[in-house]
Design a protein around this ligand. Structure first.
Ligand code: ASP
Ligand code: MG
Length: 425
C-alpha cells in the first residue's frame, strides 16, 4: 500500500459539481489501495475576491489580518470536500494548515515553510480516513499567528506534506493535462511533456511558466519527491517531474533537447540614463535596489559614448516593484550620479529552456533567426547553461512564442492542448 498526496487547484473545485467530481477521484485513489492525503486550494477565484474585499475596507490591509482572511478560502473548500467524500460512504477529515503541522516563519503573505510535523495527518490516514488539508497556509513558529505562503502556495503545501509523510508521489491536479511545451492558452499546438527534469522545470517556472511555482519545484528537488502534474477533468496521464525519467509502459521517455518556450509579461524595464562610466557605479545602483528588497532579473550596460564618458544601464524587475525601485533610485540620485530614469512596462520576456542546449551548437542562432523571421525586435538578452531569454515589446510576445515553438519543432500534429477551466485570473 502506498501513500499519495494529491493537490487540487481552485478551478478543479470551483463549484459544488467540481467538489463532487474531485471527491470521486479521491475515493478512486483510496479504492486502489492507497492512503490518500488531499490538499485543496480555495474555490475558483475566491482568493482574488477576498483580496478585492480587503482592499475595499483598507488600501493596504494589515498582513496578519489579510492572512486570517485568505486562509478562510481554503477552509471552505476543505470542509465541503470532506462532506462530499463522506457522502460517497468514505471517511474523511479536514485539517487547517496549522492542524496539519505546516510550520512557517512569520513573514505574512509570503511565509516560508520551515518544518512540517504531520502527526495528526498520519494518525488520521492510519485509521483509514482520507485526510483533507487546506493548502497555502501554515502557522508561524514564533508568533503562532496564521500565515500564508504566497499566491499559488498550495502546490508547495502538497510537496512539503509529501516529503514529510514520505509519500510515493505528489499528484498536482490542475486545469490542463500537464506541463506543455508552451502555454496552451497562447500556443494551440503546444505539446504535453511526458517527463521533465527538476532542473528544466525550475527554469521554466522562473521564466514565467505558471503551471508549477518555482518554490514548489525547488522543494520537490531538495527532497526528491516526484511530481505528477495532471488534469482533474480528464483521466489522462500527465507530466512527471523528477530527477530521472519515469518508465511509462513501453514508451521510451528521454531528455528532450528543448523542453519548452516560456513567456512572462509581468516584468518592467528601468533604464538609468547617463551613468558615469567608472568603477562602483553599477554597484551603487544595484545596492540601492537590493536595500529596497527588490529582486531584479536581467541587466544590461551599454557601451559608453566616448565623447561623454556616460553610459546607460537597464534592468528588468517585477512590475509590482516598479514604483518602489524608481523611488529608491531617485532618493539616492545625488549619491549614485545619473541624468534620468526611464520606466517601461510594455515589455515581455520569451525564454527557451532545455538541458540539451549545453551540447547542441546553434540553438542560440536558431532562436534569434526565428525571432527575426517573425519580425520581432530583441531588446535585452540573457542566458544560463540551459536557458536563453530575450526581452521584446509586450505586444510581440504571442507571435514570438508561436514562431519559436514552430522553429524548434515543438508543434504537435493535433490540437492536444485543452484548457478545461479557470479564468486565468
Ligand atoms: N488560493 C491561493 C491562491 O489563489 C493558493 C493556491 O491557489 O494555491 O493563490
Ligand atoms: Mg487559486
Amino acid at each position: 500500500m502506498g501513500l499519495v498526496v494529491q493537490k487540487y487547484g481552485g478551478s478543479s473545485v470551483a463549484d459544488a459539481e467540481g467538489i463532487k467530481r474531485v471527491a470521486k477521484r479521491i475515493v478512486e485513489a483510496k479504492k486502489n489501495g492507497n492512503q490518500v492525503v488531499a490538499v485543496v486550494s480555495a474555490m475558483g477565484d475566491t482568493t482574488d475576491e477576498l483580496i478585492d474585499l480587503a482592499e475595499q475596507v483598507s488600501p493596504i490591509p494589515a498582513g496578519r489580518e489579510l492572512d486570517m482572511l485568505l486562509t478562510a478560502g481554503e477552509r471552505i473548500s476543505m470542509a465541503l470536500l470532506a462532506m462530499a467524500i463522506k457522502n460517497l460512504g468514505h471517511e474523511a477529515q479536514s485539517f487547517t494548515g496549522s492542524q496539519a503541522g505546516v510550520i512557517t516563519d512569520s513573514v505574512h503573505n509570503k511565509a516560508r515553510i520551515i518544518d512540517v510535523t504531520p502527526g495528526r495527518i498520519r494518525t488520521s490516514v492510519d485509521k483509514g480516513n482520507i485526510a483533507i488539508v487546506a493548502g497555502f497556509q501554515g502557522v508561524s513558529q514564533d508568533t503562532k499567528d496564521i500565515t500564508t505562503l504566497g499566491r499559488g502556495g498550495s502546490d508547495t503545501t502538497a510537496v512539503a506534506l509529501a516529503a514529510a509523510l514520505d509519500a510515493d508521489v505528489c499528484e498536482i491536479y490542475t486545469d490542463v493535462d500537464g506541463v506543455f511545451t508552451a502555454d496552451p492558452r497562447v500556443v494551440k499546438k503546444a505539446r504535453k511533456i511526458d517527463w521533465i527534469s527538476f532542473e528544466d522545470m525550475l527554469e521554466l517556472a522562473s521564466s514565467g511558466s505558471k503551471v508549477l511555482l518555482h518554490r514548489c519545484v525547488e522543494y520537490a528537488r531538495r527532497y526528491n519527491i516526484p511530481i505528477h502534474v495532471r488534469s482533474s477533468f480528464s483521466g489522462l496521464q500527465g507530466t512527471w517531474v523528477s530527477s530521472e525519467p519515469i518508465e511509462q509502459g513501453d514508451k521510451q521517455v528521454e531528455q528532450a533537447i528543448i523542453s519548452g518556450v516560456a513567456h512572462d509579461t509581468s516584468e518592467a524595464k528601468i533604464t538609468v540614463v547617463g551613468v558615469p562610466d567608472k568603477p562602483g557605479e553599477a554597484a551603487s545602483i544595484f545596492r540601492t535596489i537590493a536595500d529596497a528588497e527588490i529582486n531584479i532579473d536581467m541587466v544590461v550596460q551599454n557601451v559608453s559614448a566616448a565623447s561623454t564618458g556616460l553610459t546607460d544601464i537597464s534592468f528588468t524587475l517585477p512590475k509590482a516593484e516598479g514604483r518602489k525601485a524608481i523611488d529608491a533610485l531617485e532618493k539616492n540620485k545625488p549619491g549614485i550620479g545619473f541624468d534620468s530614469l526611464r520606466y517601461d512596462d510594455q515589455i515581455g520576456k520569451i525564454s527557451l529552456v532545455g538541458a540539451g542546449m549545453k551540447t547542441n551548437p546553434g540553438v542560440t542562432a536558431d532562436f534569434f533567426t526565428a525571432l527575426s523571421d517573425a519580425g520581432v525586435n530583441i531588446e535585452l538578452i540573457s542566458t544560463s547553461e540551459i536557458r536563453i531569454s530575450v526581452v521584446t515589446r509586450k505586444d510581440d510576445v504571442p507571435e514570438a512564442v508561436r514562431a519559436v515553438h514552430t522553429a524548434f519543432g515543438l508543434d504537435s500534429d493535433s490540437d492536444e492542448a485543452v484548457v478545461y477551466g479557470g479564468t486565468g485570473r
